[in-house]
Ligand binder design. Structure first.
Ligand code: ASP
Length: 359
């Protein structure tokens, strides 16, 4: 072959190759398909001035505004949004949880959805995350995200959080990790994370256990995985449920005489999570109310108001004698989620105890 045709051939090859590279780099077909489900919260809030970080209104901006506010999302995923609710998360209900869980399961069963991001208020974000961690039936990533400052504030944290949550939901490394929470560059397991500070951006922590990983720039980096069973490995199925069994929490303190337990039993609860002192202690003066509740077949879980540590079976109470369930290391609000789901399967405290050690 003479030199000229070789040169032409090389040029044609380089032209076609560069076209393909350009197409590959820009084609949205090569980006993950991520659904953003919006529920409200500060991430969709609005304040009167740019310095308003307290006293703003939560749950104002619709999902399309959240997405268009972060044009960078288009570079990392094919995103589309759906509004599930528009509430401050202190107003979260079983109804919204069931609607959300069913929609997540429907979407993740589709081949054209690779992951889901859920925007949420931070107050009960940990509860929704643990609920979904137990009822989502897919290995595909589900990431909850919120913000501590409304989008109208200086140094608002929601836009970067949403951007990173979307990257995480599309990341292959996030598959099979259970439902995650992403704020402040930190990736947490939905089981272990809790809100620890009322008003600052570094509020989400997993006390004693730590995060799953972090973001370094745009890259999620994992250091560990959650060992407690979740998502496809649980026995819970919410698809046919229209409500959840009523479970309330009582808080123990000095001089408590069990009035709250009596009121909850009267309201028709099927379960009570007792946020006890120390290692889940129940006061002597509460026992008459506790035993009366048990005569109504109400299941009692001993949790702790301390915030850290394991509530030991037969430690501060005789669980075998009283048929209590020891709440492991779940905080009271998470113990409530597991007890509600457990009660959809059984009212036997022994079987429920096994679930508290498994999930
Ligand atoms: N109260 C708000 C909520 O949970 C707080 C927040 O989103 O940060 O919706």
């Amino acid at each position: 072959m003479t030199r000229k045709p070789l040169l032409v051939l090389t040029m044609v090859f380089l032209f076609v190759f560069s076209l393909q590279v350009a197409c590959f780099a820009e084609s949205p077909a090569n980006l993950p398909h991520i659904k953003i489900l919006a529920t409200g919260g500060t991430i969709a809030g609005s304040g009167a001035t740019s310095s308003t970080t307290i006293g703003y209104t939560a749950a104002v901006a619709p999902v399309d505004a959240l997405i268009s506010n972060v044009p960078e999302l288009k570079k990392v995923a094919n995103v589309s949004g759906e509004q599930i609710s528009q509430i401050a998360s202190e107003n979260m209900t079983n109804e919204v949880w069931l609607k959300l869980a069913k929609r997540v399961n429907q979407l993740l069963a589709q081949n054209d959805v690779d992951g889901i991001v859920i925007t949420h208020g931070t107050d009960t974000l940990e509860e929704t995350a643990y609920f979904l961690n137990l009822v989502v039936k897919s290995e595909k990533p589900v990431v909850l995200v919120g913000s501590m400052r409304p989008p109208t504030a200086m140094s608002a944290d929601g836009m970067l959080n949403l951007y990173r949550a979307t990257i995480l939901a599309g990341s292959k490394d996030a598959i099979g990790k259970g439902v995650m929470v992403m704020l402040n560059d930190t990736i947490h397991s939905g089981r272990d994370v809790t809100k620890t500070i009322t008003d600052r951006v570094d509020t989400f922590k997993a006390p004693e256990i730590g995060p799953l990983g972090f973001f370094t720039g745009d890259k999620p980096v994992f250091y560990r995985a959650a060992l407690r069973k979740h998502t496809t490995a649980t026995e819970f199925d919410v698809m046919s449920l229209s409500d959840l069994p009523r479970v309330d929490i009582v808080y123990h303190y000095a001089n408590n005489t069990g009035t709250a337990i009596e009121a909850i039993a009267q309201a028709g609860a099927k379960g009570i999570v007792h946020a006890g002192t120390g290692n889940g202690s129940i006061g002597k003066a509460e026992y008459p109310a506790v035993e009366a509740a048990q005569k109504q077949d109400i299941v009692i879980v001993r949790s702790a108001r301390v915030g850290n540590g394991i509530v030991a079976r037969n430690g501060e109470a005789n669980d075998d004698k009283y048929n209590f369930v020891a709440g492991d290391n779940l905080n009271p609000q998470k113990a409530r989620i597991l007890l509600m789901l457990a009660l959809t399967k059984t009212a036997d405290p022994k079987l429920i105890q096994e679930m508290f050690w498994k999930y």
